[in-house]
Design a protein around this ligand. Structure first.
Ligand code: NAD
Length: 339
């Protein structure tokens, strides 16, 4: 079988740590092109993996006609690049947050539908082994219903992550649209929707820029969520956890509690009301420092190989984005927002 021709748009940190190596390791993929506005970055990957380098993604799409693209660009380019790729007949894997607004996300979904291509959002938290295990335990029914929860993602900020360090687009509202909420919060809105198999019904939020200098994007957010089931909980995103990075979720349920990512050795711990404790060592939750294979690329390629629409679809990405957009609306209006 011939391999899928894939192009990577944006050759910064996420492309370097996950997309490019994971595509390169997939036998069904041929990396044919790389694009970065800093052409040298694209050229370096083309030299390493083969394929051609471009500074302009529209030029790449016209010249290469790839079967699929990975969009690893700054947030404000997710929608225009996804739509351009769909119009060029390419399947799209887009990084999160899928877009900066509901309208943009809907236009992406519509473009994919119209041109008969897949649109998948790289919500990789769903694929992390501790989260997969947690979902399995919830489905077993042993814990009963989830009553309340907290889910949080905090690290020291993108200056230690982005290829452009302190000068990164992550700090520029024009290009980032949102800060810690778009970077980290949307991971957790997606995770909690998926884990609980439930939708967020109401959001109330405090969102601030507390400590990062010369930026107009948020670096901290604390949100209160009410799910349709009635469960209530908090969602936290922070770029100022200078020590004590946190990527954990705790679910308090009818029959006990499940702690995910609170213990470095046993990533999932179930403590039941009857005194019994179950501990699972299933592999780590990826962090900026500790990169693990995300699995998101293999899942995307598998959709192409098996002609199966992605489960982490544009529609799913939009629902997770809507929670974050509602949180900003709550911050702006001082009101609780119903979804
Ligand atoms: N799924 C995850 O866990 C995860 C983790 C980190 C980042 N991300 C997402 O990945 C995306 C990229 O983030 P990153 O961390 O790689 O950022 P980065 O700053 O490291 O890299 C961005 C790259 O895009 C390039 N670029 C900027 N404008 C361009 C343009 N017009 N055309 C071509 N290239 C352009 C930059 O030169 C840079 O090389 C973001 O949307 C981010 O939210 C996802």
């Amino acid at each position: 079988m011939s391999r899928f021709k894939v192009a990577v748009l944006g050759c910064g940190s996420i492309a370097k740590h996950r997309h490019i190596p994971e595509f390169a390791a997939n036998p069904n993929v041929e990396l044919v092109a790389f694009c970065d506005i800093v052409l040298e970055r694209a050229k370096a990957y083309a030299a390493q993996y083969g394929g051609r380098a471009y500074a302009d993604y529209r030029e790449l799409l016209a010249a290469e006609k790839p079967d699929a693209v990975s969009i690893c660009l700054p947030n404000h380019l997710h929608a225009p690049a996804s739509i351009a790729a769909a119009e060029a007949g390419a399947h799209v894997l887009v990084e999160k947050p899928m877009a900066g607004s509901r309208e943009e996300a809907e236009a992406m979904i519509e473009a994919a539908r119209k041109h008969g291509v897949y649109l998948m959002v790289a919500h990789n938290q769903r694929l992390m082994p501790p989260h997969v295990k947690a979902k399995e335990i919830l489905a077993s029914g042993i814990l009963g219903r989830v009553l309340s929860f907290r889910t949080s993602f905090g690290h020291p900020g993108p200056e230690g992550w982005s290829v452009d360090g302190r000068n990164s687009w992550f700090f520029d509202k024009q290009r980032a649209i949102m800060g810690a909420m778009g970077d980290l919060g949307v991971h957790k809105s997606d995770l909690i929707r998926w884990l609980l198999d439930d939708e967020v019904a109401e959001v109330s939020a405090f969102i601030s820029t507390l400590h990062k200098e010369s930026t107009d994007v948020d670096d901290n957010a604390i949100c209160i969520l009410r799910m349709r089931s009635g469960a209530i909980g908090t969602l936290v995103a922070s770029w100022t956890y200078y020590r004590g990075e946190d990527n954990s979720t705790v679910l308090w349920c009818e029959n006990g509690v499940m702690k995910i990512g609170t213990d470095p050795r046993d990533q999932v711990i179930v403590e039941l009301k009857n005194g019994e404790t179950q501990r699972y060592s299933v592999g780590e939750i990826a962090t900026n420092e500790k990169q693990t294979v995300s699995g998101i690329i293999d899942e995307f390629v598998n959709c192409l190989v098996t002609k199966t629409p992605p489960r982490i679809s544009g529609e799913e990405g939009l629902k997770s984005l809507n929670v974050i957009l509602a949180a900003f609306e709550s911050q702006a209006t001082g009101r609780t927002i119903r979804l």
